[in-house]
Design a binder for this molecule. Structure first.
Ligand code: SAM
Length: 245
């Protein structure tokens, strides 16, 4: 939200808000977003930017007031209607903070709708800061021009995430050092499961391979870092079908 570089084109400024957006509707921004607009981006009353909230599409909005404590925008024109987005989850083992944050940024750019941090036997002990992860996802969504921000869930154990898995969602687990096929192209609701730096432990692998709904997948012969595996797996799940190439 605050690290975009200043641009001479106010049309390139794009921020996420939580409030309802509609024709002529005023939106109040807090001090952080006002500082970003006023101090970093040098915006003033009368300047325009784009806003989205994940529900009402993307709007061209005018700044009507801006100060240190906040700002007011008025939505003027609907630029893009809210379109359906992929129903793709990432179940990512809790890994080192920097790697997890990088993966959340990239997963947001790659269109995931939900991110589920997963506690596995070999996960990092530190628990991620949900506000910081959300801020990273919001900034990535603003930058990549998607119309939503992924939901980021609280960490939960692998067994809890797999218990009661809905049969309507495919679960593709990236498992290294196996002879599995590459991830299938996602058709309908799908989730990708990625292990921690140390990999899944043998008992976890055993239990996973016994689940009838779990599709084990290889990402190739090289052992990728967990965050790289997340990016590669998400890209492969969303590759175009050969008949659409
Ligand atoms: N320490 C493990 C080892 O040496 O076998 C490697 C774990 S890897 C760094 C972290 C996670 O990324 C794995 O649990 C798996 O989910 C995914 N991964 C990495 N490379 C992969 C590959 N070639 N195929 C499938 N999954 C892979």
């Amino acid at each position: 939200m605050t690290s975009h570089s200043p641009s001479p084109d106010p049309g390139s400024i794009r921020i996420h808000v939580s409030a309802h957006l509609g024709d002529g509707v005023a939106t109040l921004l807090g001090a952080d977003q006002a500082r970003y607009l006023g101090t970093v981006m040098r915006q003033k009353p009368g300047d325009h930017l784009r806003v989205f909230n994940g529900r009402d599409g993307e709007w061209r909005a005018r700044i009507t007031e801006i100060g240190k404590r906040g700002a007011v925008l008025e939505a003027e024109t609907l630029l893009r209607a809210q379109d359906p987005e992929p129903d793709l989850w990432l179940l990512l083992s809790v890994i080192k903070r920097e790697a997890l944050e990088w993966a959340i940024e990239k997963a947001t750019e790659l269109g995931v709708s939900e991110i589920h941090p997963i506690i596995t036997a070999r996960s990092q002990p530190a628990r991620p800061n949900p506000e910081r992860l959300m801020a990273i996802a919001i900034e990535a969504a603003e930058q990549c021009e998607r119309l939503t921000v992924p939901v980021i869930h609280a960490p939960r154990p692998l067994a809890a995430a797999l218990a009661g898995w809905a049969a309507t969602r495919s679960l593709v687990a990236a498992i290294e050092r196996g002879n599995d096929a590459p991830p299938p192209i996602a058709q309908g609701p799908t989730a990708l499961l990625i292990g921690p730096e140390g990999g899944f432990d043998p008992r976890e692998l055993d239990a996973m391979r016994r689940l009838p709904f779990l599709v084990p997948a290889s990402l190739g012969s090289r052992i990728l870092r967990a965050e790289t595996a997340a990016l590669v797996g998400l890209a492969l799940l969303q590759r175009p079908r050969p008949d659409h190439a």
